[in-house]
Each structure stands twice: as structure tokens, then as C-alpha cells.
Ligand binder design. Sequence first.
Ligand SMILES: Nc1ncnc2c1ncn2[C@@H]1O[C@H](COP(=O)(O)OP(=O)(O)O)[C@@H](O)[C@H]1O
Ligand SMILES: [Mg+2]
Length: 235
Amino acid sequence: MQPVLQVEALAKTFQMHHLEQRLHAFSGIGFTLHAGEFLLLKGPNGVGKSTLLRTLYRSYLPRSGHIWYHTAEGRIDLARAADVDIALLRRREIGFVTQFLIARPRVSAEDVVAEPLRLAGMSHAEALLEARRWLEEFGVKRDLWRAYPTTFSGGEQQKVNLARALILPQRLLLLDEPTASLDVHARAALVRRLTDLKAEGVAMIGVFHHPGDVAGLVDRDIELTAEEANENVDF
Ligand SMILES: Nc1ncnc2c1ncn2[C@@H]1O[C@H](COP(=O)(O)OP(=O)(O)O)[C@@H](O)[C@H]1O
Ligand SMILES: [Mg+2]
């Protein structure tokens, strides 16, 4: 079976110009991920877990290494791909889920959640029904569905965020502590959704505030260690 993602010798450093030094984030990261596999990323605060996920999503450029993403047309190195190709993959195939909703003014919760389905070609009415189903599933109160998430509490925003981020299956899903301060009901809804996505063949890499939640989904884990993380390298 062809992998979805093949990461080879991936390394990242931050150039701290004001300190005239480089901060070593991680190095020597390598793994292969197939459809439907779930990789748990572990390690203490500040060790580079979010940085690794952002590098895989190409929000950061790695210092060296390869991130081979396999498609039916061939493989593309996300470490070197053109921004336009990255933008296309992010729209269609690669999702990134955090706990933070990017709420836009005067867009209702149900429209925020329905948007990915509409962009994918679903009818307005059908997408709205599906969006409401997911708002309900994640425990957003019915009287908030037509309200603007900019005014919601942090927890309510997180639930809208999860409904939107997970409504449409992607091929690869990167999850950065998506449930950091959610109640147990919303966390259970997330685990149900991830279980279904995994069964549909979505490959996932995630950091979880409560790793016990996803213990039943994990195929492999990678532990980032502080020795690697805190080594400062002079120019
Ligand atoms: N944009 C950045 N510029 C400089 N240093 C950064 C940047 N982002 C993260 N770091 C540093 O990289 C290290 C790893 O951070 P992070 O990946 O957020 O850790 P984790 O998610 O494991 O808690 C930390 O020391 C952090 O301060
Ligand atoms: Mg983090």
C-alpha cells in the first residue's frame, strides 16, 4: 500500500536574529504514515510538537529533510513545494486543527461550519443541515447556531472550530491539542468523529492534552525529547 506521508530526516531551527543564534527545534524526524493510520506526538511543553506540525503543514520551512506527500499523480515534497501547490493541498486534502477558531465578523456559527461543504460543491441547504448536525454533535446550544461566534465563549468557539475543521474528511489531518480546555462531552464527540475518519482512511498526526482520550486510535507514537530541543547552536 502506498503511504500518504513519508518524512525523512526532518530538521527545523529558528533563526533568532536579535540573539545572534539559532534555536534548535528538532532534527532527525522520520516516519511513514499510511491511510487510516494515527500517529501520536508526545513530549513536554516547548519541545517542538507544534513546530513539527506547523512544519508538516508548511507554515514553517524546515532547515533540511523531506516531507513526501503522495497523491494519485505522484509525490510532492511539502518541504520544497510552491506556495500555490501548498494552498491547493490545504483546501482539498490537508487539514490543520487547533483549539482556536478564526471567527469572522457577521458570519453565523452554522455558516462557518457549512462553508467547507459549500466550497466542495454541496448545495446551500444540504450543507446547512449537515452543519447543524455537527453543531449539535459537538454540543453547541441550538439558540447559538445563527449567532456570530465572535461573541462566543472560548469553549463554544472551540466546538464551532471542531465542527468546521472535521466536517469534511481530508486525506491528512494534523491536530494540535484541539481539545485543550473542552468539556468531556465535546471531547467524546471529537473521539467519535476521529474514529469514523480513521475508518474512512484519513491519516492523522496529533498532539493531545488528554492523550488517554485517543488511546484506542493510536497506531504509533513519536516522542520528542528535550535534549534535542534545547541545544543552542551558534552561527
Ligand atoms: N516562530 C518562532 N520563533 C522562534 N522560536 C519559536 C517559534 N515558534 C516556536 N518557537 C520555540 O520553539 C520551541 C518549541 O515550541 P513548540 O513547538 O510550540 O513546543 P510544544 O508545542 O512542544 O509545546 C520553543 O522553545 C518555542 O519558544
Ligand atoms: Mg504546542
